[in-house]
Each structure stands twice: as C-alpha cells, then as structure tokens.
Design a protein around this ligand. Structure first.
Ligand code: NAD
Length: 423
C-alpha cells in the first residue's frame, strides 16, 4: 500500500500533502518545529489551506512530524524544500542536499523519491541521487527510483490550486515514470503530462518562470523608455494589446521565491557549460533595478512639487511580493525603502497581510503596527506598492486625509484614478 511522505511543508508541500491525504496515508515532515506545532493545531500561516481544509487533512489521518522515525514506513517520498539563491545569485542546494541525506537513512528497497523543488536540469540525478546512494548504500534504478514533478501553484491564488493545475511528471525509468504519473493523476483533476525524462521536466519548470521574467523585463524596459518620452506605458499597452498575439503584461517589481530566483538556476547551469545567457541575465538586471527607479521617480515628483526629501515622511503601502498574500520572500519593496532612506527620507511601511513577527526574518525594515489611515501622521508622499484589496478600496480623500500639503501619490500597481506618477 502506498504511504506518502511530503518533506518540506511550505507553500508547495502543505497543499500537496492535503491533496494526497484524500486518497492515501500521508505524513508531512518538516524541520521547522514551530511550523509542525502550528499545523498540528490546525493553523497554516501561509494561508494556502483554510482551517477547514487543514482539519479535513487531519481527519483524513495526515500526521505532521519532525521525527525521522515517523517517516520510516513510507514508500513514496516527495521533496518540496526551498531552492533559494545565495548573495551572489548562485543556486543554494543545501536544503535539497540535506533532505536527500536524511532520506538516504530511511530508504528501503523499491522506494520512490520524487523531487518537486524548482531546479536546473540535472540536479535530481547529479546532485540528489548521489546523496541518496551514499547514505542508503543502495543503487539508483536498481534498489530505489526517482521522479521529478515540478509545482506550478501561485501563492495566494485560490482559483489555480494544486489539483486544478495540469502537472508535469517524470521518472527515472519508463516504468517508474508511469507509476509517478499514475500517482499524480489519481489526485490532480486537471490531468498530468508525462515528460520524456527527469531533465526535461526540470528544464520545463525553470523555463516557465524564465520566460515570464524576460517578458516582464521587456515591459519594464519599455516603461523606462516611455517614461522618458512622456507617454503612459499602460495606455501604450492597452493600445498594443488590441493585436491578437501581443502578450499583455504590466510593468512592476519582480520579487518572490520563483520568478526572480529560478532564472538564476538556469543561468548558473548555462555558465557552468560555458554559455553566457545574456538575454536572461539582462532581464534579471532590468527587473532588479525597478525598485531603485521607482524611488528615484518618487524623489523627482516630490522635488517637482516643491517638497523637501531629507526628513520627509513617505508611506509605502504593501510589502509582500504580490497582492492578497502574506508571502514577502525576496520582496523588492525593500529596494525602494533602501533608496529613499539613502536620500534621508523617513519611510513608514504598512501591510495588513503580513505577520509582524515573521517579517523580521525576511525583511530588514520595521513595519507599522497600526493602520496609517487611522492615525494623525501626515505624509509627503505615498507609494502604492502592492494591490491588496484593502488598498484597492481606498478613495481619493483617504489619501488626501493623510497627506501633508499637496498629495504625491506614486502608483506602481495602477489602482488609483489620478496618481501623481504611475509605472
Ligand atoms: N511558493 C510557490 O508558489 C512555488 C511554486 C512553484 C514551485 N515552487 C518551488 O517549490 C519549492 C518549495 O517552495 P515553497 O514556496 O513551498 O517553500 P517554503 O519556504 O514555503 O517551504 C519549504 C519548507 O521546507 C522546510 N525545509 C527546509 N529544509 C528542509 C529539510 N532539510 N527537510 C525538511 N524540511 C525542510 C522549511 O522549513 C519550509 O517549511 C521551491 O523549490 C520553490 O521554488 C514554489
């Protein structure tokens, strides 16, 4: 009988464990004790599962543990640990290596290890498998097998949830590819696509996000050009998008755990093989520069309106990397804050979606602990950085009420009618 262990219970692992728990016995494993305790008490701080869904999983018999003994009797292990980059934008495979070493200690004959973390082509077979073999003393594709099935969920998206997104699968032998595919098709209602190899499946995922990054970079570059010309980028996009094959994207910050990170996995591999991926790296550079550009435009607008920058009060609305979601990993709002503080401005940041305690681990700036629209403090400039519902519903007079003198409204998300400047 199939017993599944999901290793790494974050944005990806928890919804997956929940989906499998409807049909299989499932153990969720994580090294974060706080996370395990919270999940056992029915609380998911990522807000990916509702209280009802988490209770459903617990009623289905799912267990959450940080004890390796609790995963020893599983026969399918699915790894959904983070794949970040280091300060030099190089892949940090430590969580994958460590979880593989741990799995090597519990692997039994005919077990299958499926990786879901986003990687460059080759990581499963060239980095993870050697760890599994070394720790277990068993032979790959004789004693144990592997699969790779990339995850496509989108944090905060309640429509495209894990079972509703077609899933790419693969296996280390044709037979295992079918076993892996059958396993996922039993819970993924949107269906599956069996890729021809593990490397192909790994590459498919990393190019999905690379393509998006490059396309956004093009729109960002256009925004910089149109800004100098003095025309509104959004108006240009609306006009161009009347052509059937124009890809309609908006300019903006590219943060988060995926789009701003995954391309570096591919460029790392390309450079290791002697190829310089100029287009992908150029796109990364453009997208990484947007925070500084927005800060500079804010300063420009303030000067144009006779406002002093040094010791001015600037309010930033939103810090998460996308709207209506508490995820602030790799948020680029931090670049706006850093740049404005360089100019000597006092910057307040408000985001009703984030947990202030957790913010301290991901963000080096303090956040306001109360709603600025309910306080007496006045701001010289307000930047709308994230389109949370709470900000979309604000009215012109709300901004006026907390502005000192003429309001300067910088709208990165295109949510207000008459901003002073928008991207
Ligand atoms: N977040 C997304 O929307 C998304 C979408 C598609 C793909 N991905 C990819 O999925 C992977 C996981 O992303 P995530 O967003 O779920 O990350 P996350 O940070 O939300 O969760 C990862 C979890 O793994 C745990 N962990 C770390 N090291 C571990 C170890 N050695 N053993 C066991 N548990 C360990 C952490 O404590 C954490 O709870 C990444 O490769 C990411 O690129 C993420």
């Amino acid at each position: 009988m199939t017993k599944i262990c999901v290793i790494g219970l974050g944005y990806v692992g928890l919804p997956l464990a929940h989906a499998f728990s409807e049909k299989y016995r499932v153990v969720g494993f994580d090294i974060n004790e706080i996370r395990i305790n919270e999940l056992n008490s029915g609380f998911d701080r990522t807000l990916e599962l509702s209280e009802i869904q988490l209770k459903e999983a617990l009623n289905n018999g799912i267990t959450f543990s940080l004890d390796i003994k609790d995963i020893e009797d599983c026969n399918v292990y699915i790894v959904t640990v983070p794949t970040p980059i280091d300060s030099s934008n190089r892949p940090d495979l430590t969580p994958l290596v460590k979880s593989s070493q741990m799995l090597g200690k519990v692997l039994k004959k005919n077990d299958i290890v499926i990786y879901e973390s986003t990687v460059y082509p080759g990581v499963t077979e060239e980095v993870c498998v050697p760890e599994l073999e070394r720790e277990s003393g068993m032979k790959f594709n004789t004693d144990f097998f592997c699969g790779y099935s990339p995850e496509r969920i989108n944090p905060g998206d309640k429509e495209h949830t894990v079972t509703k997104i077609l899933k790419v699968t693969s296996g280390s032998t044709p037979e295992i590819a079918t076993v892996v595919d059958d396993l996922y098709s039993s819970v993924i209602t949107a269906g599956t696509f069996k890729a021809t190899s593990i490397k192909v499946a790994e590459a498919a995922k990393v190019i999905e996000n690379t393509q998006r990054d490059v396309n956004i970079a093009l729109i960002n570059e256009l925004a910089l050009i149109f800004d100098s010309i003095g025309i509104d980028t959004n108006e240009v996009i609306d006009a161009a998008a009347t052509k059937w094959n124009f890809i309609k994207l908006k300019p903006g910050l590219v943060g988060g755990h995926c789009i701003g990170v995954d391309p570096y996995y591919l460029t790392f591999k390309a450079e290791e093989l002697g190829y310089k991926p100029n287009l992908i790296l150029g796109a990364r550079q453009i997208n990484n520069g947007m925070g500084k550009y927005i800060a500079e435009q804010t300063v420009k607008q303030m000067i144009k309106n006779d406002k002093k920058i040094k010791d001015s009060n600037i309010l930033i609305l939103g810090v998460t990397f996308k709207e209506n979601c508490p995820d602030l990993r790799n948020t680029k709002v931090t670049d706006i804050v850093d740049e404005l503080r360089e100019y000597g401005a006092n910057v307040d940041i408000y985001d009703p979606w984030v947990d202030l305690e957790e913010t301290k681990h991901h963000f080096h700036h303090e956040l306001l602990d109360k709603n600025p629209f309910e306080s007496d403090k006045k701001y010289d400039s307000i930047i709308i950085a994230v389109a949370h519902n709470e900000f979309v519903s604000l009215r012109e007079e709300d901004f006026k009420n907390i502005s000192s003198g003429k309001e300067i409204l910088i709208d990165i998300k295109g949510i207000v009618q008459n901003p002073t400047w928008r991207l």
